[in-house]
Design a protein around this ligand. Structure first.
Ligand code: SAM
Length: 327
């Protein structure tokens, strides 16, 4: 078991397959001026599998594949299948913007994946184009239908709540759960990197989002359900689906944080908001043994901070943007 210095059991690894993305969401990636990793800088699929396998031997049981946009990386389906076969790994899931999901949903299911998170911050086609700087919402909606047809369950839709951008759609998103068994999860807008436009005015807390939703129906907490992670789960009375609220700022979950992140260029991050990274790629490429790799990961866990310091005056945004860290 991987236990950190604050007695947290680390069991969850998020792997960023690439820093590339087929969208340029205003809150995630700057339009220009990003230096993308070259082919030789990113981990090969074999290297990713080797790290995941070492992590699994240490006690990691759940993996999420993310990015950038994971479905733009060649070989993602094979990798998902291989990760699912690793001894000790109970679950491998994916976070995607859904643009390429219609093409890949069936193959992902055949590879053994059962759960999927799709990011969608608006239901309006024009606004989607603006938020994503050019994306076609129809491809995402088709991707969600394909995921449903293939039997992914639950399908979780991630919505970053932003004042002045999509706060007028919070109730509409919540209404989607009335007829459909989806999970709509509202994520608080986080100040990740210097290039994106986070400010206090654009931030909406989860409690405000819940208050807006409670105007359309009775909203009840449903406690933890399945793999809801840090989301506080609620349900509108009589609804088929669920509502999740992820509050990294207003009610942070650092005390129970069980995750670490592997960036596409092979750096292990023990906290989303800390630039402290452990370079696994260099040690892998120096021909390290499995045992030393495991020791390095186990040692890295000891550097996981007690909590993030967003609300402290000394807080500095990250050097990398979210797409490079693997959100
Ligand atoms: N491309 C994939 C996608 O769109 O889901 C995976 C990577 S994306 C970085 C992962 C998640 O991070 C998305 O749900 C996105 O909305 C979220 N995200 C990115 N920047 C964020 C920010 N500043 N605050 C909150 N969530 C953010």
């Amino acid at each position: 078991m991987l236990i950190d210095n604050y007695h947290r059991h680390i069991s969850y690894l998020r792997i960023s397959l690439t820093d590339r993305c087929n969208l340029r969401c205003i809150y995630c990636m700057p339009l220009e001026g990003i230096s993308l990793l070259s082919h030789s800088e990113i981990l090969t699929l074999e290297e990713i599998e080797r790290i995941a396998s070492a992590a699994a031997r240490l006690g990691i049981s759940r993996i999420r594949i993310t990015g950038g946009e994971p479905l733009v990386r060649k070989g993602v389906i094979g990798l998902a299948g291989d990760l699912l076969k690793l001894p000790g790994i109970e679950d491998v899931s994916l976070t995607t913007n859904g643009i390429l999901l219609t093409e890949h949903a069936a193959a992902l299911r055949r590879a053994g994946m059962r759960r999927i998170n799709i990011s969608l911050d608006t239901l309006d086609a024009e606004k989607y184009k603006r938020i994503t700087r050019g994306g076609d919402i129809q491809r995402v909606l088709d991707g969600i239908s394909a995921a449903r047809r293939e039997g992914f369950s639950p399908i979780k839709i991630n919505v970053v709540a932003m004042r002045g951008i999509n706060d007028d759609e919070i109730q509409e998103f919540a209404r989607l759960t009335i007829e459909r068994p989806v999970h709509i999860r509202f994520i608080e807008f986080m100040p990740i990197d210097v290039a994106t436009d986070w400010d206090e005015n654009s931030f909406i807390s989860s409690s405000e989002t819940r208050e807006i939703i409670s105007r359309i129906g009775t909203l009840r907490p449903v406690g933890r359900c399945g793999k809801s992670g840090p989301a506080a789960m609620y349900q509108l009375e009589g609804a088929a689906g669920l509502l999740g609220f992820i509050s990294p700022l207003s009610n942070h979950f650092c005390d129970t944080c069980n995750r670490m992140r592997l960036t596409a260029d092979g750096k292990l991050r023990t906290c989303l908001f800390s630039d402290h990274e452990i370079d696994l790629k260099t040690i892998l490429r120096s021909g390290v043994s499995d045992q030393t790799l495991e020791q390095t990961i186990a040692e890295a866990i000891k550097s996981k901070p007690k909590g993030h310091s967003i609300s402290e005056p000394s807080f500095k945004k990250c050097r990398r943007n979210m797409s490079a860290i693997g959100g």
